[in-house]
Write a protein that binds this ligand. Structure first.
Ligand code: BES
Ligand code: ZN
Length: 539
């Protein structure tokens, strides 16, 4: 099969039409007679280098349409002229009103898991890696950015091979503020100062990560802070992490997200899951590695507290999942790979690695991880290959209980953090969350009112605390929080916050009505990923 080795993009950005238009030139290896590419809602205008006529297959709701191109004997490249759809699932086009600056529109991509195909024709699987170069033409005064090295204006280059889900683009009114030798923050002008203060430790995080598991191989590590509709917390686009503004709490309490996305520069971006069933290789390793970076920078107690909270979230979520979906070795055949994003690959995966660390000792386990990242750098591997590597380092080790059995094995390590004896008054976000989550499910509205008088939760500007509080408000029928609920859901599109709020509202007829009314105002501002999640809840 001919595989994509190098991609050259030449795209113009039209905010008026909400399309990208231009060409993709694909260099292939080895030469073959038929090339099959993934696309979704792309309008193919012309194919140069095709033997005789190309065909676009029927549209599958999950996979999109296969573009089949017959190749001349020995042909090593094709050029495809195309344009994207305004509804491309991997792009979000924002009006000026949805940005912090309110002056210019904004565009960003989110390619994981299989949305790159909605903005470029390619082999959209994590098992194919390619280098790329790109020219992006955007209207002045907007800045185009890609997760790649920036050459002259609008020109980009990625010299090391990446899988398609790491292809990323953003265009907006953006400013840059350096925070270290290799690190800096990109954000809209009204946000950049505050973001740079929140993320001022990022260079130290890179250094800590290098001490743990070897050199950072991507050159720069910058962070792009997106508008609040970004559907995820963060996305590990190489050299340029994309991040939600909802982690800017003012006290660095949520910066573990940066440790997480940075850790992916090894686990995920260097050693990549070959299929989305192996997603725990990306997310479990990264969640473990995130803990280790947090421990280096902020100490063991804070890292354990964050881990303890994550384990609590895993246990809650597992109650709502089918038992087979709580196994580490996933099986998402025939399903949308976005459905694999539960706490299971993340936290169960990290707990398994923590178990190995405790069993063999940090010294040996860290040496194993360092060797693993070095040996498999720039490769895509399956769980099978990980198991072979594990068996070579620790003969006889058997982790099939973790991989194939539902829930947590009895030998899962206990993550100890004593929230009760932690110092009070100067609580961190995590301590407030723990405090709120400890209240019973059937808390009365009158008790909510008391709490609100004491702590003013309804007015909290911390998105984590606000989301937890609003969920409790819906459950308790605490009406004074409803206006805040509506404002929150209109402003924030991060799925982790939005989804539980709509789920909670959908439990009662009256709540469902309120949910539909709010959604009517909020939907236009949501990213397609978040919108389809909410559509599902309210249908
Ligand atoms: N790579 C993921 C985001 C992702 C996963 C997007 C699956 C699409 C499909 C990213 O590294 C991530 O895990 N983000 C987390 C934050 C993290 C601190 C747990 C998120 O967005 O919640
Ligand atoms: Zn991740």
């Amino acid at each position: 099969m001919s595989r994509l080795r190098h991609l050259e993009l030449d795209l113009a950005v039209s905010f008026k039409e909400r399309v990208l238009r231009g060409t993709a030139t694909l260099t292939l290896e080895p030469a073959g007679r038929t090339l099959v590419l993934d696309t979704r809602d792309l309008k193919i205008l012309k194919v140069n280098g095709s033997e005789s006529g190309w065909t676009l297959g029927e549209r599958d709701p999950i996979l999109g349409s296969a573009l089949t191109i017959p190749l001349a004997a020995g042909a090593r490249s094709v050029t495809i002229e195309y344009e994207t759809s305004p509804e491309a699932s991997g792009l979000q086009w924002l009006d000026a009103a949805q940005t912090a600056g309110k002056r210019s529109p904004f565009l960003y991509s989110q390619s994981q898991a299989i949305h790159a195909r909605s903005w470029a024709p390619l082999q959209d699987t994590p098992s194919v890696r390619f280098t790329f170069s790109a020219r992006i033409q955007a209207p002045a005064p907007l800045t185009p950015l890609m997760a790649a090295a920036r050459l002259k204006d609008g020109h980009f280059h990625m010299p090391t091979p990446i899988p398609s889900y790491l292809l990323a683009l953003a265009v907006g009114e953006l400013e840059f503020k350096p925070v270290g030798a290799r690190c800096g923050i990109w954000a809209e002008p009204p946000v950049v100062e505050k973001a740079a203060r929140e993320f001022e430790d990022v260079e130290k995080m890179v250094e800590a990560a290098e001490r743990l598991y070897g050199p950072y191989l991507w050159g720069r590590y910058d962070i792009l802070v997106l508008p609040p509709s970004f559907p995820f917390g963060g996305m590990e686009n190489p050299r340029l992490t994309f991040a939600t503004p909802t982690v800017i709490a003012g006290d660095k309490s949520l910066v573990a997200l940066v440790s997480h996305e940075l850790a992916h520069s090894w686990s995920g971006n260097l050693v990549t899951n070959a299929t989305w069933n192996d997603m725990w290789l990306n997310e479990g390793f990264t969640t473990y590695f995130e803990r280790r970076i947090q421990e280096e920078i902020y100490g063991r107690a804070r890292s354990e507290m964050e881990f303890a909270l994550e384990v609590g979230e895993l246990q809650e979520e597992m109650k709502t999942l089918k038992p087979e979906d709580t196994r580490l070795a996933g099986d998402y055949a025939g399903r949308d790979p976005d459905d694999a994003m539960t706490q299971v690959p993340y936290v169960k995966g990290a707990l398994m690695l923590r178990m190995l660390e405790e069993k063999y000792g940090r010294g040996r386990f860290d040496a194993f991880l360092r060797g693993y990242f070095e040996r498999y750098a720039f490769q895509s591997i399956t769980t099978r290959e990980f198991l072979d590597e594990l068996g070579r380092a620790f003969p006889g080790e058997d982790v099939s209980d973790w991989l194939n059995q539902p829930g947590l094995p009895a030998r899962a390590p206990k993550i100890g953090y004593d929230f009760e004896t932690a110092p009070k008054r100067t609580w961190s976000t995590q301590e407030w969350l723990h405090y709120l989550r400890a209240f019973p499910e059937d808390l009365a509205a009158s008790r909510m009112a008391e709490l609100d008088r004491q702590w003013d939760f309804t007015a909290s500007g911390n998105a984590e605390i606000a989301a937890q509080w609003l969920r409790m408000a819906v459950r308790a029928g605490y009406a004074p929080a409803y206006p805040r609920l509506e404002r929150f859901l209109i402003e924030v599109g991060r799925r982790k916050f939005v989804r539980p709020l709509y789920l909670e509202m959908a439990k009662t007829a009256e709540g469902k009505q309120r949910a539909r009314a709010i959604y009517g105002k909020a939907r236009a501002g949501y990213h397609p990923i978040t919108a389809s999640t909410v559509d599902e809840i309210l249908k």
